[in-house]
Design a protein around this ligand. Structure first.
Ligand code: SAM
Length: 232
């Protein structure tokens, strides 16, 4: 049987070329704005990990914010996203933003020369990816290990508020294979994951809403997104 990670790699390798639709760009911009609006968060001069970075949409909004002394490293399990999209997008700026293809959530993951410096981040951002990952508690622990003491973990994703959020992936034929948390993350998922990983100053706030037409029911549904933050 194909694992969730393998299914995601195959899906996003294929999706990489056409990933940047107007919907994806709009949601990424809202995610970046939600990160920027958090109290006490300043990206200037910071070492930032864009986890599950995809094509680099979030990083492109972060880059002007980190300024000349900051740097962004992306991590993603899809080679197509990393090599064909992220690293091409930032090829003229690779000392400021680069991405590495690896799975830091795998129990088998070992440090290689390429991955050895993926630690001591001031800020880790994760946008629209937690719902693709099998175990949010385990993922959060792995990410927190890569934060410096006092560093911040910021997560933006679809909020499962018990309403119609399960329609969000309705148009994706293999959604069951690639999405672990159908309908997004509940506030409880996020609070528990952040607590279990030892984070403090935990907040899970509403970030934004977006309407989308759902073909299968012929209706527009309003989807809500959250931003979660915690400090190591
Ligand atoms: C919906 S896309 C979001 C991309 C980007 N964060 C954005 O906001 O545009 C989800 C991304 O998560 C990545 N992904 C899935 N599982 C992963 C894992 N275990 N480690 C790293 N990346 C993963 C996929 O390859 C894909 O690029």
């Amino acid at each position: 049987m194909v694992s969730r990670t393998e299914a995601n790699v195959a899906h996003f390798n294929e999706a990489a070329v056409s990933y940047e639709t107007s919907e994806k760009i709009e949601i990424a911009e809202k995610a970046a704005d939600a990160f920027f609006d958090l109290p006490g968060i300043n990206f200037e001069g910071k070492r930032v990990l864009d986890f599950a970075c995809g094509t680099g949409l979030i990083s492109s909004f972060l880059l002007p914010k980190v300024g000349p002394k900051g740097e962004i490293i992306g991590i993603d399990t899809s080679q197509g996203m990393v090599n064909e999209r992220f690293n091409r997008k930032f090829s003229g700026n690779s000392s400021k933003a680069r991405a590495v293809c690896c799975n830091i959530l795998s129990f088998q993951h070992e440090n290689t020369p390429e991955t050895a410096d993926l630690k001591d981040f001031d800020i880790i951002v994760v946008s629209a990816a937690y719902h693709h990952i099998d175990d949010s508690n385990h993922a959060t622990k792995c990410l927190v290990q890569r934060l410096r003491s006092g560093g911040k973990l910021l997560v933006f994703d679809l909020l499962n508020d018990g309403s119609s959020s399960h329609y969000f992936h309705d148009h994706v034929p293999n959604a069951k294979d690639i999405v672990s948390y159908q309908g997004g993350m509940t506030r409880e998922h996020m609070k528990t994951a952040f607590q279990v990983a030892g984070l403090t100053n935990i907040h899970v706030d509403n970030a934004c809403s977006r309407e989308k037409h759902i073909e299968s029911i012929g209706q527009n549904i309003c989807f809500n997104f959250f931003v979660a933050s915690g400090t190591k």
